[in-house]
Ligand binder design. Structure first.
Ligand code: TRP
Ligand code: SF4
Length: 405
């Protein structure tokens, strides 16, 4: 891998589905906010991905993208700590998608589980399209165009990261080979100087002969420190560690986001398709109204009937929003009919409102100042395109498309 440190690069995207809810906040956005301080992060609105399934209603895309980006910012994703952009503003993704399509067997795409699952689930749409089949490959291009090593995703997206690894491996295998690769790699080793050369060779041997993963990591770290070899040589030596040829597109890893435990208003997982969400923009009155309407333990028909919190979706929200003393108060009060359900819901309404207040404040500021959002996106797009162009230069060259003027 060349001038970028792919292990430190994170990329993730989200389809613009409109207003985000507490499930997105607790499951995804809080994690992004943390990652942006630890990695070089690229976060984008996957508008092309939205079109693969919703090509018949493009009118809502722009508004959905905008609402979603403002929710990201409101949740604390930062345009300076991370690079935020809209997928279709970086057409380099599409070129890499096209080039990778040349070497991707159709059968790999057909066997990605989401292909059939989504066709089943979205029965009212015709998803027998070329674009929908290519969905995972487009996602691979999103990742590989930045040579991102880490991809935070939920369990449902792991198969897409897996196919990305396979496509990258195949690509490197086909195009990472150059005439005289081994000789060039051996010559590059010598250029590192005696001590580093010896260390590199023994680490490589430990990895190749004993599969020692630590040795591979140490060798990679050693290569990163080398000042006196060219980027081309460094790239060769990264590839030589694992056998093959040059690593043009490094294989990413899924950074599995722990499954969101955010319960919805009905006790199922919070999800737009279940209609059980609290959105990040719900006002205190709306939050209050939604929580008040939540079903409770059906055994508590009257205020005087005792109940069981373990059978109540409200208690699941207590797990997220309140602490032990309140849990004890609920357990005791519910089972003895000492408290009513309205009393029980009050601390939740307060906690959610307090959590949302600063986000809504920020969202209102961005809504009132769309130019600030545009500046963030323009800067993000510029940084993203620059990184993407670097990769494409190498990819074009590897595929025989580097024409002299
Ligand atoms: N397919 C992802 C989803 O539905 C969104 C996405 C598109 C993505 N490209 C990506 C996620 C690249 C991670 C990396 O959630
Ligand atoms: Fe649910 Fe609380 Fe009512 Fe018990 S008191 S049934 S836990 S809302």
């Amino acid at each position: 891998m060349s001038s970028v440190d792919s292990q430190r690069r994170v990329l993730s995207g989200m389809r613009p589905t409109g207003r985000l809810h507490l499930g997105h906040y607790h499951g995804v956005l809080k994690n992004w906010v943390k990652l942006q301080h630890e990695y070089e992060c690229f976060f984008f609105a996957a508008d092309w991905h939205a079109l693969t399934t919703h090509y018949e209603d493009p009118q809502s895309i722009e508004q959905n993208v905008w609402d979603m980006l403002i929710d990201w910012l409101a949740a604390g994703v930062s345009g300076t700590s991370s690079t935020m952009f809209i997928q279709s503003q970086v057409p380099e993704h599409a070129e890499l998608h096209l080039l990778m399509s040349m070497v991707t067997p159709v059968s790999w795409l057909e066997r990605v589980p989401t292909y059939k699952d989504q066709q089943e689930k979205l029965k009212d749409r015709d998803l027998a399209t070329y674009g929908f089949l290519g969905y995972p490959l487009l996602q691979s291009a999103d990742i590989l165009i930045y040579r991102a090593g880490q991809v935070p995703v939920g369990a449902d997206q792991v198969a897409h990261v897996e196919i990305t690894r396979e496509v990258a491996r195949r690509f490197n295998h086909l195009y990472g080979k150059e005439p005289g690769f081994e000789d060039k790699a051996e010559a590059a080793i010598k250029k590192m100087g005696k001590k580093a050369a010896k260390l590199y060779s023994s680490l490589r041997k430990a990895y190749q002969e004993q599969g020692d993963a630590d040795a591979l990591e140490t060798a990679r770290a050693l290569l990163k420190e080398q000042q006196n070899i060219t980027l081309g040589d460094q790239e060769r030596l990264f590839g030589y560690l694992e056998g093959g040829g040059k690593v043009i597109l490094p294989e990413p890893q899924a950074l599995l986001t722990p499954d969101s435990k955010m319960p919805g208003l009905d006790g199922q997982k919070m999800s737009k398709s279940y209609g059980n969400t609290i959105t990040l923009r719900d006002t205190t009155d709306e939050v209050s109204e939604k929580v008040r309407r939540m079903p409770t333990d059906p055994a508590r028909v009257r205020r005087t009937d005792p109940g069981n919190p373990d059978k109540c979706p409200v208690y699941q929200l207590h797990q997220v929003y309140t602490d032990k003393p309140i849990h004890d108060w609920v357990q005791e009060g519910c089972r003895s009919a000492g408290i009513g359900c309205i009393d029980c819901k009050k601390p939740i309404i307060d906690a959610i409102s307090a959590e949302l207040a600063p986000m809504q404040q920020r969202a209102a500021e961005y809504e009132a100042n769309p130019d600030a959002v545009r500046v963030i996106l323009n800067e993000g797009t510029e940084r993203a395109r620059e990184a993407a162009r670097d990769t494409l230069i190498e990819v074009r060259q590897a595929m025989g498309l580097q024409y002299r003027q």
